[in-house]
Design a protein around this ligand. Structure first.
Ligand code: L34
Length: 296
């Protein structure tokens, strides 16, 4: 079994990005600027946006989080999105999900200017991904592809099962894995809550990706020997021995499944840190497109 070290890979990518940024700033350009918007104060979401800001700064970017009250109206958030769209000092921004129930998520995502949509959630970027045109790939699936490529895990002609069909992970990843591209060319099956006898599918798979948010969902008897496991789940389970009172686990029963896997991502330290690294990569891309090309 080989452990896929997302934390280290994310660090490598961050160092690579920093070199690019240093090169641009040495030429007299301003650094890339990333903004995250958080509505409300969910502890996990707060941690993720702070982490994005911190990692951006480590890579030499400027960055900030805009914290909005839980009660912010849809109209107010739309106004802020519009303001960020028009601010040329900002290369890319994200609105952290989930949003409070009184705000229509789709309305907000649609309002983000596609050229600043570094999450790749705008329908224009989703369309570009599907058509394999230049655009932003959503950070978590992009990070998974990057892990597959950097670890040189064969995907061509392999049977992949993606469990989950969310806009953020399952749906886009299932598309990417099947496309003609590095880390692609797999035969992909998407499993979800309405799938019958999921084991029948996973047992036959060379690659299993879990993205459903259910702790210990994937068990050893559901996979074959030598399987590649990518765990995109992040679940908090109670643990009184930890200062926070919980620990993070993925969707995979890691201790058991890792014995059968050829490659496996841990949680934490797998897909999560890669999400942030690829967000930074997209931000650099946005900076090159929106700022550098206009200056030169
Ligand atoms: N708009 N909303 C928007 N974009 C995103 O890309 C996200 N996501 C998901 C939630 N909402 C979003 C994230 O950023 C999930 N997510 C995310 C980002 C980073 C990490 C986890 C999820 C992460 O860094 N995880 C670490 C451990 C964190 C810890 O110790 O608590 C890991 O090692 O998995």
């Amino acid at each position: 079994m080989k452990l896929i070290d997302g934390k280290k890979t994310a660090q490598d990518i961050s160092n690579e990005l920093k070199q690019e940024v240093d090169k641009y700033t040495a030429q007299g350009h301003r650094p890339p600027h990333l903004v995250a918007v958080l509505v409300g104060n969910d502890p996990a979401s707060t941690y993720y946006v702070r982490s994005k800001e911190k990692k951006a700064k480590k890579a030499g970017y400027t960055s900030e989080v805009i914290y909005l009250d839980e009660k912010t109206s849809e109209q107010e958030l739309l106004q802020l999105v519009n303001q960020l769209n028009n601010d040329t000092a900002i290369d890319g921004f994200i609105v952290q999900l989930p949003l409070p129930k009184h705000i229509d998520e789709h309305k907000i995502l649609m309002a983000i200017a596609p050229e600043k949509d570094i999450d790749g959630f705008h329908p224009e970027n989703i369309g570009r991904m599907v058509a394999q045109l230049p655009g932003f790939l959503p950070a978590t699936p992009y990070g998974i592809l990057e892990l597959i490529n950097r670890y040189q895990i064969p995907t061509e002609g392999k049977k992949a099962v993606v469990i989950g069909r969310s806009l953020i992970v399952g749906r886009p990843l299932s598309i990417l894995l099947s496309q003609k591209r590095p880390g692609g060319n797999a035969s992909v099956c998407v499993a979800h809550s309405r799938t019958k006898n999921i084991s029948e599918l996973t047992k036959d798979a060379d690659i299993v990706v879990t993205a459903i948010g259910k702790a210990h969902f994937l068990k050893a008897d559901m996979v074959k020997d030598g399987v590649v496991i990518i765990d995109a789940g992040i679940n908090e389970v109670p643990d009184s021995t930890r200062p926070k009172g919980y620990k993070l686990v993925g969707d995979v029963d890691f201790d058991e499944v890792s014995k059968k896997a050829s490659y496996i991502t841990p949680v934490p330290g797998g897909v999560g840190p890669m999400t942030i690294a690829m967000l930074l990569k997209n931000t650099l891309q946005a900076y090159e497109n929106n700022y550098l090309k206009k200056k030169n």
